[in-house]
Design a protein around this ligand. Structure first.
Ligand SMILES: Nc1nc2c(ncn2[C@@H]2O[C@H](COP(=O)(O)OP(=O)(O)OP(=O)(O)O)[C@@H](O)[C@H]2O)c(=O)[nH]1
Ligand SMILES: [Mg+2]
Length: 297
C-alpha cells in the first residue's frame, strides 16, 4: 500500500473559526481562539496521522487590511502558506454574508491554481444553509464545499475524510507521534495571551505580545513559568495590571488552570508587564517578540 501525505491551508478572514476548526480536527487544542479578530499571528501546523497517510493542517492569520508592520507580516504569512500547499480551505462564517476580506481570500486562492474548497463554518448558528452559501460560491470556482460547525464538531469528519482521499502519494513529512511543530514556549505564551485577550477589552488585544522568558521543571510535579506581557502605552500597562494588580493576577490564574491541565501537574506563573512604544511597527521588536518576516523564516 502506498503512503500519502500533504498540506492543507486553513485560510479566511479573521474570526471565522479557523483555529477552532484546527483544534477540533486534531482533537486537541494547539491554537488559541477568542472572539476577537486577528487572534492568530503565526502559521501553526497540526498533523493528523492515519496508518497510510499524513495530513498537515496549516492554520494561518486572518486575512485583513493591515494597518501596521505586524498586520502586514500576518497577511504575508497567510499568502505564503497559500502558495505552498496541496489543498486550500477557504473558511467562512456562514452566519454572515461575504465581506471584502472573503473576496481577497478567494482572489488569493485563485491566483495559486491550487484546488480550493469552501468550508462554511458556524452552521450551528443558522438555518437554510443553501441560500446563504450562494453569495460565497459566487466568489470563485470552488472544487467542493462543506458545511461544518467547528464548535459542535459536526460535518468535520466528512471534510477531513475527503481531504485524506485527495492527498498525493508521498512520504511522511513528520514523525508518527508529532502533533504540532510549534515550540512549548510558544504554546505557553499563547495560552497567556489568550487569557489576557479574553479578560481585557478595546485596544489591548491588538497591542499585546507575550514572551516566555523562563520555563523550568522545578520538580516532577511543578513547572515554573516567567513571562513578560508587552504593550504599547503606559495606559495599556495600567489596564493589564489592573487595580492593585488584580487583572494580572486573574490572567495568571486562568492561564495556570489551562497549563496545569496541559502538563498534568502544578504550574507556577510569574507575569511582568512592559511598555514598548509602537512595537507593532518596529522591525527589530517584531522579530524579538516572535513575529519574524515570513520571507526570512
Ligand atoms: N457558533 C460557533 N462559533 C464558532 C464556531 N467556530 C468558531 N467559533 C467562534 O468564533 C470565534 C473565532 O474563532 P477563532 O477560531 O479564534 O477564529 P479564527 O478564524 O482563527 O480567527 P483569527 O485567528 O483572528 O483569524 C470564537 O469565539 C469561536 O468560539 C462554530 O462552529 N460555531
Ligand atoms: Mg485563529
Amino acid at each position: 500500500m502506498s503512503y500519502r501525505s500533504g498540506f492543507v491551508a486553513l485560510l479566511g478572514r479573521p474570526n471565522v473559526g479557523k483555529s477552532t476548526l484546527l483544534n477540533a480536527l486534531l482533537g486537541r487544542k494547539i491554537a488559541i481562539t477568542t472572539d476577537k479578530p486577528q487572534t492568530t499571528r503565526n502559521r501553526i501546523q497540526g498533523i493528523l496521522h492515519r496508518p497510510d497517510a499524513q495530513l498537515v493542517l496549516v492554520d494561518t492569520p486572518g486575512v485583513h487590511k493591515a494597518h501596521n508592520l505586524l498586520g502586514q507580516r500576518m497577511v504575508k504569512a497567510s499568502k505564503r502558506v497559500a502558495g505552498d500547499v496541496d489543498l486550500l480551505w477557504h473558511i467562512v462564517d456562514i452566519s454572515k454574508p461575504p465581506k471584502d476580506e472573503d473576496q481577497w481570500v478567494a482572489a488569493m486562492a485563485q491566483k495559486t491554481a491550487i484546488p480550493t474548497w469552501l468550508v462554511a463554518n458556524k452552521k450551528d448558528l443558522v438555518e437554510h444553509l443553501e441560500g446563504r452559501v450562494d453569495p460565497y460560491l459566487a466568489l470563485m470556482p470552488y472544487a467542493a464545499y462543506f458545511f461544518v460547525s467547528a464548535i459542535e464538531e459536526s460535518g468535520t469528519e466528512a471534510l477531513v475524510n475527503k481531504a485524506f482521499d485527495e492527498l498525493p502519494e508521498g512520504d511522511p513529512y513528520f514523525p508518527p507521534d508529532m502533533v504540532t511543530d510549534q515550540s512549548e514556549d510558544f504554546y505557553v505564551g499563547e495560552i497567556i495571551r489568550e487569557k489576557a485577550l479574553e479578560l481585557t477589552r478595546e485596544e489591548i488585544p491588538h497591542s499585546l505580545a507575550v514572551v516566555v522568558e523562563e520555563r523550568t521543571a522545578r520538580s516532577l510535579a511543578l513547572t515554573y513559568v516567567r513571562a513578560t506581557l508587552y504593550v504599547e502605552r503606559p495606559t495599556q500597562k495600567a489596564i493589564v495590571i489592573g487595580q492593585k494588580g488584580q487583572m494580572l493576577r486573574q490572567i495568571g490564574q486562568v492561564a495556570r488552570r489551562d497549563l496545569e491541565e496541559y502538563y498534568g501537574h502544578r504550574v507556577f506563573i510569574e507575569l511582568w508587564v512592559k511598555v514598548r512604544p509602537r512595537w507593532r511597527s518596529q522591525e527589530q521588536w517584531l522579530t524579538r517578540l516572535g513575529y519574524q518576516d515570513p520571507e526570512k523564516s
